[in-house]
Design a protein around this ligand. Structure first.
Ligand code: BTN
Length: 281
């Protein structure tokens, strides 16, 4: 655990999720996202709830919950979601993107969450492709983007963001304890969930506007800066197959470009990345 603290919590009671404060922030800002916010003390999953509440909503509905009873991670994994400590939020968006461009939304949320954490604290957060928010080799948060498609268009995208804010190490199950961390654990002090929510929404709104106005280039450049994957020797597991090589970059749909030992490039749309210490050559 690092001893350096986060920045001042600006008069907000640490850990209490102040809905009022989030609503005031949303009312004060002409944001594209967040015209409506729904808060639940407990839901099965904020992503599921977002789809259930999608009918008739505009772009940018926010679903925020204090706890989830069936929080999901990628590949059907469970996402630990106890009450009173972490952040579970889904933004429902109607982007005019093709279904194959959906990973861009994950990259956008990962950039936004990482930037927000760095704006608020001295935590050296980085992104492990495609959706992990990391501190070194420990996971601090993750993004789960799920889409409903009609024809060749995304009808709705639920961008789910989970950040371990104040959970203590002893509350992680033993099998994930060595690989998980929280903002509190990293800074040695309780962090304001309210400020984390607000900062992520600010960043997300700003990156969404940039995406709409300038396309994906600026977002991809920033993703590369925040990434801890690119340039590294990695093993990528895709189902039962695994590939070892150098992560060279991402293509224009967010697929990982892996240079294999035979020097060919393999593009991977989804998989689990392990950073390798040894050279692969
Ligand atoms: C992952 O790293 O596998 C993705 C984790 C995503 C967790 C968040 S918490 C809010 C939203 N609701 C869910 O059920 N999952 C996402």
């Amino acid at each position: 655990m690092r001893s350096s603290g986060g920045k001042e919590s600006r008069g907000i009671t640490p850990n209490r999720l102040s809905l009022k404060r989030v609503q005031e922030f949303l009312a004060d800002q002409p944001l594209v996202i967040g015209k409506e916010l729904l808060f639940f003390a407990s839901v099965d999953s904020t992503n599921t709830m977002a789809f259930e509440r999608a009918a008739g909503r505009s772009d940018g509905l926010i679903i925020l919950a204090d706890s989830q009873t069936a929080g999901r991670g990628r590949r059907g994994r469970q996402w630990l979601s106890p009450s009173g400590s972490n952040l579970y939020m889904t933004i429902l968006m109607k982007p005019s993107l093709l279904p194959e461009d959906a990973p861009i939304l994950t990259l956008m949320a990962a950039v936004s969450a990482t930037s927000a954490i760095k704006n608020l604290t001295t935590i050296p957060a980085s992104i492990k492709w495609p959706n992990d928010i990391m501190v070194g080799e420990r996971k601090l948060g993750g993004i789960l983007t799920e889409v409903k498609v009609r024809g060749n268009q995304i009808l709705w995208a639920a961008i789910g963001i989970g950040i371990n804010v104040n959970i203590t190490a002893k509350r992680f199950p033993e099998d994930i304890r060595p690989y998980a961390t929280s903002m509190r654990h990293e800074t040695g002090r309780v962090q304001s969930r309210t400020l984390v929510v607000i900062e992520i929404l600010k960043e997300l709104d700003s990156w969404y506007r940039i995406l709409l106005a300038k396309g994906k280039e600026p977002l991809f450049s920033r993703w590369l800066i925040e990434s801890s994957t690119i340039g590294r020797n990695v093993r990528v597991t895709v189902g039962r197959a695994s590939f070892v090589g150098v992560a060279e970059g991402i293509d224009d749909t967010g697929m990982l470009m892996l240079r294999l030992r035979n020097d060919s490039i393999k593009k991977i749309s989804s998989g689990d990345v392990v950073l390798l210490r040894e050279a692969t050559a």
